[in-house]
Structure formats: structure tokens, C-alpha cells
Design a protein around this ligand. Sequence first.
Ligand code: NAD
Ligand code: GLY
Length: 360
Amino acid sequence: MKKLRVELGERSYPIYIGSGLLSQSELITSHIKSKQVVVVTNETIAPLYLEAVLKNLAGYSVETVILPDGEQFKTLDFVSQIFDKLLSCKFSRNATLIALGGGVVGDMGGFAAACYQRGIAFLQIPTTLLAQVDSSVGGKTGVNHPLGKNMIGAFYQPQCVIADADVLDTLDDRQLSAGLAEVIKYGLIRDLEFFEWLENNIDALLARDKQALAYAIERSCINKAEIVAEDETETGIRATLNLGHTFGHALETGAGYGKFLHGEAVAIGTCQAADLSKRLGWLDEGDVTRIIGLFKKARLPVEPPEDMDAARFLDLMAVDKKNVDGQIRLILLEKIGIATLPVDVALDLLEMTLKTYGRR
Ligand code: NAD
Ligand code: GLY
């Protein structure tokens, strides 16, 4: 097992990465605050892993909340189901919430933990590649609004992250690829050597080679932990984690939550960001081809759908947390391995990318 640490002073916490972690009771129970524990998961993950987690909790007073599965249920209404359970069971402020699932369950469970009685302890047990390399680390929690993705939320750090690579065995290929989009992101924004490693090892990752996956999870978490330690609440460098996300979030909202997987939307959005970076003279044609090529090899989509035209993108991109006074601000690439901080982009250049990149 590897143990990393997110350094945030008194809110620091470990990330455990390895095999067979779900049966290591001590790992889980050492981060639980009292006898009251609620496990939040969804209807797909519950039959696969809930029992394994509950086995570690003999002697605790345990409740479960099983949410419906899907990005379209990442709403305040469904977070309320968690509050209903906590209140009806009279759970107190020293209760602990365990979020067992992908990014949707993790974001919702974390947000419920942040709000219930103004904050109870929570543990992240991420079960998708995307959640293990990104969403479970760093304390961004929240839900979607019909008018904007992840627009309601809080920064709230977990007690620990337990990333058991064995659970990826049941993840389907499309979800694995979606997770790879966020893995590739770390290479693009700050880790050229990792980007090159990914170019050479993408086939092993797609073939679920355990060693390759463990390395990709660890290297991604190292990158994420460093960024979060430097800028927990995204006043600077943390925004670089949003490479491709402004385009991607617009796509997710515009297409209807759940149509594109988050990682798929990020892959398309990152290719759009690369195209725009080329228009600004930062990337050259060869860089853009390399980036698109890696996403394609990872079996990810790289072009926006026909029905999302430039006007629709612009309308949706106007609702983004990086925007200031209504001005769209984007993370772009100076080079492969170096991202910009949020940039005010000239509208005509952005429109050019939206109208021409990936359009036949
Ligand atoms: P997800 O949570 O919807 O999970 C994907 C699918 O895989 C679901 O159907 C789920 O039930 C299923 N699943 C999960 N684990 C499984 C397993 N081990 N075996 C079989 N099936 C399994 O999607 P995701 O890609 O994990 O997360 C996407 C969400 O994360 C988005 O809402 C996105 O906004 C959010 N996100 C948050 C952050 C953050 O910093 N908080 C970062 C990136 C993404
Ligand atoms: N996934 C973006 C962030 O954690 O900041």
C-alpha cells in the first residue's frame, strides 16, 4: 500500500492507494469519530461493495443511504435524502459519513457532510478511476443546478481517501476511459514526463495492467495533492485543474446531464482548449495532434457534437466559477506540461475555435 498526504495543516489527511484495502478494517475505523456511521452509495455500487465495507463496521451503529445512479441525480433533492436519514436516525454532530462510489456519490456525500449540523466527518472510498485520481482528493463537494454544473457546493476536506484499485475490476471500459481523461490532464498541466509515460503506456492502462494503473493513480494523486496543498480554495494554481472543463461543463449541461460522461466532456473540452492555445501561438500543430492522439488512443471522444453550436457553448460557458464580471476565463496550455492561470480570451478567437474545431 502507498500512503500519500494532502498537507493542509490541521486538516491534512492521508490518501491510501493499493490492493485489498476494503477489507482492512483499521484503515476505515481509525478515521471514524464515533459509533454513528452512515454509508452513502448508489444502487449500482451497493450490490458490489457495500457488504465488504459494512463488514468492517461491526459494533458501530450503521445506516445506509442508497441513491439512484447517475449524474442527473446529483441534485439538492437527492442530497436531502441523506439529511432525511441522518435526522430521522437522530445522528449527532460527531457522526461520520462514508461516501462509497464514483465522483457523483463522493461530491454529494461530501456536500451532505459539509452541511449536516454545519459539518460532520467524512471518508472518501472512491470506486471509479476518475474518483480515485481526482474527485475524492481536495475537498470539492457539491451538486449540479439545471443552469450550471457543480454550481452549488462547498470546499470540505475528508478525513482520508481509500483508493482500492481492485474495485476497478468491475468498472466498464467506457468509465475507465473517462477516468483516463483526468489522468492525462495532470500530464498536460504540469507533468510532461507523466504525459510521455502515458503516451507509452496507454495500451497497458486500457488492458487494466495492475502495475500501470497503480502507477497512474499514484502519480495523479501526487500531482493533485501538491496543487491542493498550495491552493486549497482555488485562488490561483488550483484553477489549472480545470483545463478543458469550461468547454466540458458547457457540453455536459447543454447535452443534458448524463449524456456525456464527465471525463468524455473533459476530453473534448481539452482538445478545444488545445486548439485555442494554438490560435494564441502557444502550442504548435504537432502538439495539438499529439494531445488529440492520446485522447483518441484512450478511446475518448475528441470532437463536440453537431447540435452544440458556438452560440450554445458561449451561452453556457458564461456560467462558470472562473468567470469575473461576466468575462469568460479559460485555462489554456503554454506548452504540453505547462498550463496558464485563467486567461481572458478574445471573443473572436474563442468563437473561431467553437465554430471550426472538430466541425466538418
Ligand atoms: P459516477 O460517479 O457517475 O460513476 C460512473 C459510473 O460507474 C456510475 O454508473 C457508477 O455507479 C459506476 N461505478 C462506480 N464505481 C464502480 C465500480 N467499481 N464498478 C462498477 N461500476 C461502478 O462518475 P465519475 O466519473 O466517477 O465522477 C463524475 C463526477 O465527478 C461528476 O459529477 C464530476 O462533476 C465530478 N467530479 C468532481 C471533482 C471534484 O474535485 N470534486 C473532480 C472531477 C469530477
Ligand atoms: N477537479 C478540480 C479540482 O479539484 O479542483
